[in-house]
Every structure is written in structure tokens, then in C-alpha cells.
Design a protein around this ligand. Structure first.
Ligand SMILES: [Zn+2]
Length: 172
């Protein structure tokens, strides 16, 4: 089973604002990877949407401005992702790693998944920490470099190299 984990491709990061107000962690570059992600969606057997989702008083807001509050449109999938007709799982996460505080690893074990592909944002935050947590669990990780986007071009490129050399991530 080809499992594609789509990390944080949600309105809170991809739109400057929603009907609930301004998105304070808007990533202007992130929309450009949607066509590439759609190609990977087509080839996948199973999609895992890993969406940031916080309470109003989340500890993360000591580090970052308020974003992706649970009851707002910010946690919904971004426009343009074409996942019609695909099987999917929704994982709501509160930290950088898709594994932290979620039942993602329970689901992987239950379905005997030993390999995942990670796409989405940000290369240098959630993709990196999720890849690390997957590798610690002996799960093989592939990251297609055109289907992830970083905070800056420099850190995106550095982290791709870092994941490859330190974690053995398959960068394609
Ligand atoms: Zn967050």
C-alpha cells in the first residue's frame, strides 16, 4: 500500500486569510507545490492528511503567532488539492511531528505500513521532525523534493541534505 502523508497543506498556511480572519503563519511559496502533490496523490493508495489543529491557549503560541485553531477554516485542506475518489485518513496534530500525541503509529502498525512518502510544508519543520520520528520507528521515508516547501530556499535545501545523510531519507 502506497501511503502518502500530506503535511499541513491547509488553509491556515496556504491562504493569507479565511472567513475567520488573517492567517498569521501564511506561507506565500507553499501553493506552488500543489500541482506536484496532486501527481503523488494520483499514484497513492492511501492519503493521510496531517493537519495542524490547536486549542486557543496552546503552548506552541509561546513560539509562534496564533494559528490553525480547531474551530476555524484554517485547519481545512487547501483549495486545489485533488483528492476526489481517494481513500484518506485525517490526523489532527498539535506539534511538528505527525507522530507526537496522535495515533498515527498505531494506524501504521495496524495496517503493516513500513514505508511512507511525505509531502507538504514545511520542509524544515514538520517534514523534518516527522521524517525523524518515522525513521526512529524503522519506517522508510521518501521525500519528493518538488512536493515540499520550506521557510526559506536555503533551509529547505539544507534540510533535504540533512535528512538524506543523517536519517537515510530517500530524496527523489
Ligand atoms: Zn502549529
Amino acid at each position: 500500500m502506497k501511503v502518502l502523508v500530506i503535511v499541513d497543506m491547509i488553509k491556515g498556511f496556504l491562504e493569507p486569510e479565511t472567513k475567520d480572519g488573517k492567517c498569521l503563519l501564511y506561507l506565500p511559496e507553499a501553493k506552488s507545490i500543489i500541482p506536484e502533490i496532486n501527481k503523488h496523490i494520483k499514484e497513492a493508495d492511501m492519503l493521510v492528511f496531517a493537519n495542524d489543529c490547536h486549542d486557543d491557549d496552546d503552548e506552541e503560541f509561546k513560539l509562534y503567532p496564533k494559528h490553525c485553531i480547531g474551530r476555524t477554516d484554517e485547519i481545512l485542506p487547501a483549495d486545489g488539492l485533488d483528492y476526489r475518489g481517494k481513500k484518506g485518513l485525517l490526523v489532527l496534530k498539535t506539534r511538528f511531528s505527525v507522530f507526537y500525541g496522535t495515533e498515527f503509529d498505531v494506524w501504521l502498525k495496524k495496517n503493516n505500513v513500513k514505508e511512507i512518502t511525505l509531502v507538504g510544508v514545511c520542509t524544515d519543520i514538520c517534514i523534518l521532525f516527522t521524517a525523524a520520528d518515522a525513521v526512529m520507528r524503522n519506517i522508510k521515508v521518501t521525500v519528493p523534493e518538488k512536493a515540499v516547501s520550506g521557510l526559506t530556499k536555503e533551509s529547505h535545501e539544507w534540510v533535504l541534505k540533512h535528512m538524506k545523510t543523517v536519517l537515510g531519507v530517500n530524496i527523489i
